[in-house]
Design a protein around this ligand. Structure first.
Ligand SMILES: Nc1nc2c(c(=O)[nH]1)N=C([C@H](O)[C@H](O)COP(=O)(O)OP(=O)(O)OP(=O)(O)O)CN2
Ligand SMILES: [Zn+2]
Length: 128
């Protein structure tokens, strides 16, 4: 008997990396010193069923969709790149949020989460 699940049975994830500087606006309105990170982004998506060839979506298509967002940030200063110029503070949380809200996934594929590492030790998770 199939268990009642509120999660889709199939998930895939892709990881993309980019290098970028940022500087957070702090609680007192000051800016932290500009510094760089080797950022790591993991996007996890799901589907209720596999497509005609047995995939949720092609890994390379998911990689391409992520790259459309992060490649323009590569070797740049995030504070000079939309949406971090005015709308969002360039925190790891907001990097994950912006990627999550911007991805245009194929029909039948649902975003589960975006996790962003700014260092090997620290990551932020945007999860739906
Ligand atoms: N929840 C979050 N906390 C912090 C973020 C963030 O995006 N989300 N970002 C920062 C700083 O931008 C920075 O990355 C951390 O600076 P620091 O504490 O100096 O750590 P670094 O790895 O850059 O340098 P160290 O070698 O560890 O000193 C802070 N918090
Ligand atoms: Zn930082």
């Amino acid at each position: 008997m199939r268990l009642q699940r509120d999660v889709m049975p199939f998930q895939i994830a892709s990881v993309r990396k980019f290098c970028a500087a940022h500087a957070l606006k702090l609680y007192d309105g000051s800016m932290e010193p500009v510094h760089g990170h080797n950022w790591r982004v993991q996007v996890r998506v799901s589907a209720d069923k596999l497509d005609a060839i047995g995939v949720v979506m092609d890994f390379h298509e998911l990689e391409h969709l992520i790259d459309q967002l992060v490649v323009p940030w590569h070797n740049r200063h995030l504070n000079e790149c939309p949406p971090f110029t005015t709308e969002l503070n360039p925190t790891a949380e907001n990097v994950a949020f912006h990627i999550g809200r911007s991805l245009k996934l194929p029909s039948g594929v649902t975003l589960l989460s975006v996790e962003v590492w700014e260092t090997d030790e620290n990551s932020a998770l945007f999860e739906l």
